[in-house]
Design a protein around this ligand. Structure first.
Ligand code: ZN
Length: 325
């Protein structure tokens, strides 16, 4: 039986929907709200698989039968997903969806319609869908996904069942990255920096990211040794690998992860997510006050960077602080 990503990201919600579908209590419309990478679209897809699969086992779709395959290949006639890369979903963008919704089912009655990023719908677009939330249509399931409820029309909110997604468990994200071939160390780095599989995989695919991580790890070894050269390294080693805002934030976040791990190790708290670095063992020998001060300094550097202090200045100041401790 196929294991789906959503099984590890949101096991409780999967179990909840397996029960709901078993009892034939699926509502007509849902709103899935939660952070990026929490598995909202993946759960919507799982529900479609579960509804159409010809070979459901223990409440789970098989992922292999012709129905499952068509859904996974995005060419099932009764499963429609609307996505957009643009800033808003306008009336025109959902015209096709509305037409499909107005038809009766092509094969049987069951149909699933999904609108990703429904919070991007203009008021006009949302209003044009309203009637599908008002009049029950047997066999129709509409799932909207959104990162926040704030942008959605109250009329939609009041008609859809709201399901709130928590951020996925980091260890599930890391395990998934390892399954995809990442080393344990890089899976931890990318999983902890992003908190979601898709963004982490994008990072791992980038050679510059790998280089950035290596340079920061080398710097951490110097810092652990109280090597004053750490200050110079900001200019010689970090600036070339941290040219844009994202990579600059990553550098500081990575230093923060290492010091947080050192503080945990200091208190003998170990975790499967901890980075495997000699520097962390050395830093863990410092006092908890020193480590806490270091973490505060890292936070200060992150705040200064967000307030348009240059990366070089914020990070050099940070090195001075970290070398003191
Ligand atoms: Zn199947």
């Amino acid at each position: 039986m196929t294991k789906f990503l959503i099984d590890s990201l949101q096991p409780k919600l999967v179990a909840q929907f397996a029960r709901i579908i078993d009892r034939k209590q699926l509502a007509q419309s849902y709103l899935f709200v939660g952070p990026k990478g929490a598995g909202k679209l993946a759960l919507a897809e799982w529900i479609a698989l579960r509804l159409f699969c010809q070979n459901v086992q223990d409440g789970a779709p098989c992922g292999q039968c012709p129905e499952c395959e068509r859904i996974l290949n995005h060419n099932h006639p009764d499963v429609m997903v609307v996505k957009t890369e643009t800033q808003s979903i306008k009336v025109d963008d959902i015209r096709g969806l509305k037409q499909e919704m107005s038809k009766t089912g092509v094969e049987g009655n069951q149909r699933v319609f999904v609108v990703e990023d429904a919070d991007k719908m203009t008021a006009g677009a949302a209003n044009s869908l309203l009637k599908f939330f008002e009049e029950p249509v047997p066999g129709m399931t509409v799932i909207l996904t959104a990162t926040s409820k704030n942008q959605l029309l109250p009329t939609i909110l009041s008609r859809a069942q709201v399901i709130t997604f928590q951020s996925p468990d980091r260890s599930a994200v890391i395990a998934k990255l390892e399954e995809g071939g990442a080393t344990s160390q890089m899976a931890r780095v990318a999983g902890r920096l992003t908190g979601n599989v898709a963004d982490a995989q994008a990072l791992l695919a980038s050679a510059t990211f790998q280089d950035r991580v290596t340079k920061v790890f080398q710097l951490l070894e110097r810092l652990a040794d109280h090597d004053p050269e750490s200050f110079v390294r900001v200019q010689t080693q970090l600036l070339p690998i941290a040219k844009d805002a994202d990579s600059q934030r990553q550098v500081l976040a990575l230093i923060g992860l290492a010091y947080a791990d050192a503080l945990n190790q200091h208190f003998q708290v170990t975790s499967m997510q901890q980075l495997d670095l000699p520097a962390i063992g050395v830093l863990a020998q410092r006092s908890s006050e020193q480590l806490t001060t270091a973490l505060q300094a890292i936070l200060t550097a992150q705040v200064r960077l967000s307030q348009n202090v240059t990366f070089q200045s914020a990070t050099e100041q940070l090195m001075l602080k970290l070398l003191e401790g």
